[in-house]
Write a protein that binds this ligand. Structure first.
Ligand code: URA
Length: 430
């Protein structure tokens, strides 16, 4: 077998047998296949697609490229949760501790900010003293003792995805359903949980543009998870507008703490409770998450988790020195708040990284004062920008103001959870 022959098969629209896919992945990992050949193959996959059998073989080859976490020392059904990424998406910070407070064991490996979307690890690291680098023994002990740990993936897990992802990022080969599905699911399978709840986002602030493509991705990921013996459920949720009221690391941790005290944005609470319910269902836990939320036990579990990872909440979350309101130039009803523009503004404020080596500013971001459905008059604040200087804040105010679309008519918030996908197929989100 040689790489030219295998790339040619995909170029011509033929189905790879599993050994061709293993040949490519192991060859690339050993640097026997260079970037330019792998990039040619990735582009052929983007254009020609892959069958379910090929996507499964790719996922398996990626899992086999590194270590797989053994969680058998944790009793019970372990449930992981994963979002495909969004703006203001702090669902993990609320739903995962809430599920743990209900009795679910939650061993969660998370990622960092990617492009304009936020990352759970960056958010958690805004808590003074907190570490996300937990050795497997400490990670397992914490899940046993506290019910939840949220940590960074070890560099020894799924190294093939790390290499491929970096190559895809610079060769315009990210948006491909089989490539995204195998990338996400190889990491979830290697992370070792028995069951997985996926939050597949679509819309302006997400990688999937519409419900149909998000459903297709969700179905593919569910099939891969179930094929690997993991119970898998996906929710397809909207990401046209930012989720909740804050975007930025420390701001989102504070919003999650408030939501866990029952003081949350209605849409945020709706999706968090739904994700928690799905996690409980997969774990066979009958507890009602809403009751647990009202009892304050979810917040207590979150605080115990932060403390177990070295976090010192009592020292206070970082606060930006400059806070500036962005005001409406005219009155109206808020029809939409462009999640992509808000994500890009947050990135420019320092909430994410423009270059790999950039340091995230934990206090940077913005608070949404006028969400979808609100009525504003000229001069009312749309958002408050949190920045390290007036100069940085001034750079983004125009972009932020332009993200708001106002209407003369009253606006109702659009539905947030559009569909649920499990091994039996797609059903309405409701
Ligand atoms: N997140 C991932 O982990 N992989 C992708 O390909 C896209 C989003």
């Amino acid at each position: 077998m040689n790489p030219l022959e295998v790339i040619g098969h995909k170029r011509d629209g033929r189905e790879h047998p599993p050994d061709e896919i293993r040949f490519l992945i192991t060859g690339y990992l050993r640097s026997e296949i260079p970037d330019y050949q792998m990039a040619a193959w990735l582009m052929a996959v983007c254009i020609r697609g892959m069958t379910a059998a090929e996507t499964l073989a790719l996922t398996q080859a990626m899992v086999a490229s590194g270590e797989v976490l053994d969680l058998s020392a944790i009793p019970g059904i372990k449930v992981d949760k994963h979002s495909t990424g969004g703006v203001g998406d702090k669902v993990t910070l609320v739903a995962a501790p809430l599920a743990a407070a209900c009795g679910v064991k939650v061993p969660k490996l998370s990622g960092r900010a990617l492009a304009h979307t936020g990352g759970t690890l960056d958010k958690l690291e805004s808590v003074p003293g907190l570490t996300v680098d937990l050795e497997p023994e400490r990670f397992i002990r914490q899940v046993r003792d506290v019910g939840i740990a949220v940590a960074a993936q070890s560099p020894l897990m799924v190294p093939a995805d790390k290499l491929l992802y970096a190559l895809r990022d610079v060769t315009a080969t990210v948006p491909s359903v089989p490539l995204i599905a195998s990338s996400v699911m190889s990491k979830k399978i290697a992370a070792g949980a028995d069951a997985i709840v996926l939050d597949v986002k679509f819309g302006r602030g997400a990688f999937m543009p519409d419900v149909a493509s998000a459903e297709e991705l969700a179905a593919e990921m569910v099939e891969l998870g179930e094929g690997a013996g993991r119970r898998t459920v996906a929710l397809v949720t909207a990401m046209d507008n930012p989720l909740g009221r804050t975007v930025g690391n420390a701001l989102e941790v504070q919003e999650a703490l408030d939501a866990l005290a029952g003081k949350g944005d209605a849409e945020l609470l709706e999706v968090c409770l739904r994700v928690t319910r799905e996690m409980c269902r997969l774990a066979g836990v009958a507890t009602d998450p809403e009751k647990v939320l009202r009892s304050g036990a979810g917040r207590e579990t979150f605080e115990r988790m932060l403390a177990a990872q070295g976090g010192r909440l009592e020292r206070g979350l970082p606060v930006a020195p400059v806070q500036v309101a962005v005001k409406a130039e005219a009155g109206g009803h808020v029809e939409s708040v462009d999640a992509l523009e808000i994500g890009l503004a947050a990135l420019e404020l320092g909430a994410g990284r423009i270059r790999k080596e950039d340091r995230v500013d934990p206090a940077a971001g913005l608070v949404i004062e006028a969400p979808v459905g609100a009525q504003v008059r000229a001069g009312d604040p749309l958002a408050v920008v949190h920045a390290r200087s007036h100069e940085v804040a001034d750079r983004v105010t125009g972009r932020i103001r332009n993200a708001w679309r106002l209407s003369d008519r009253e606006v109702r918030r659009p539905p947030h959870i559009l569909a649920r996908v499990d091994k039996n197929g797609v059903s309405a989100g409701g």
